[in-house]
Structure formats: C-alpha cells, structure tokens
Write a new protein. Sequence first.
Length: 196
Amino acid sequence: MIALSMGLIAAGGAGVAVLLLQVGHRTEVVTVVRDVQVGQVLTEQDLGKASIALDPAMKAVSVDDLDQVVGKRAAVELRPGSLLAPSQVTKHSLVKAGEQLVPIGLKPEQIPATTLVPGQKVQLVHVPAQGESETDKPSDSSPKTLTGRVVKTSSAAPGTGVVVVDVATSAADGPTAAAWLSAGTLRLVLAAPDGR
C-alpha cells in the first residue's frame, strides 16, 4: 500500500510538472502599437512584439514572420494593443486597377443594422428624386443598379450620425455613381453573401 501510494504521488507530481510546462510555454507574436487605417501600408513603427501563452485556436503572426507583414496593407482597421492576425493584412491594394473609389454618406436611417466591413459586396441603386416623374417608365421596370465593394467605413459623425462608406466601383461606373450621389438619388444596398 505504501509503495502504491508513493507511486501515485510521483505520477501526480509528474502530471503537474507537465501541465506547468505547457501553461508556461510562451510564444513571441506581433502586436499593433498604433492606429492603422484600412488600406494603409504597415511599417515597423506600427508594430510591436509580445511574449504570451497563446491558445492554439488563436491565429497570430509570429515575430519570425514580422518582415513578411511589413509593407503589406491593413485589410481591416487595426487598433493598438491587439494581436496581428494573418487575415488582417493583404498584399493587394484595396482599390484595384480599373476601379474608382466613391465616398457615400449615409444618414442614420440609411445605415444597415448589419455592420459594413471591407470586402463586402454592395449594390448602388438609383431611386427617383422627390417629385421626379416616372410616367415614361414601365411600372414593372427595375431601378438602375451598379455593383460595388466596401473598402472602408467611417465612424458616425458627431451630431449628424452620418457614416461615410468608401465603395470601389468600376472606372466606368464611378462617374455615374457620383452623379447619383450629387443628385441625392443613390441608395446603398447589401448584396447577398455569395455576391449574387
């Protein structure tokens, strides 16, 4: 019995030692040390290092890969004190060749309850201005639409609550969208998740 008890105590001690080693294992990861806007190129001054006990389920950029993220663009807005994940950076420009950026101001009642995020597909819809006659159009005709992609969304402006959404459209559609916006006849609609 004494020998059995001693064996159990030894086994328990070994288990505790292994657990402490696992908990004490720390990983060197990349952190964000200052605000980085969507599309901004990352520099070494934007990033820091930290040694943490990292949950295997969490994805963070290793310090060994720091050189691989410097010079890439932020795919989302980055905040100081957060860990940098691989999915938060991209080597691609958020506005591609052949596209134009259209800033669209949305009043509080026009902002979708669903959070607008970079890369999200949207439709720019032309709606008749107040008092505009639609008598020449067939009653079953669909409104004109343009496709776009969210690049960045601002915070709500103090007082007015207006949110500005930067939308990338084709170069051919950019002037049309700007004209609709100027006339107050443009509305932004979320596209289906699969883009159809």
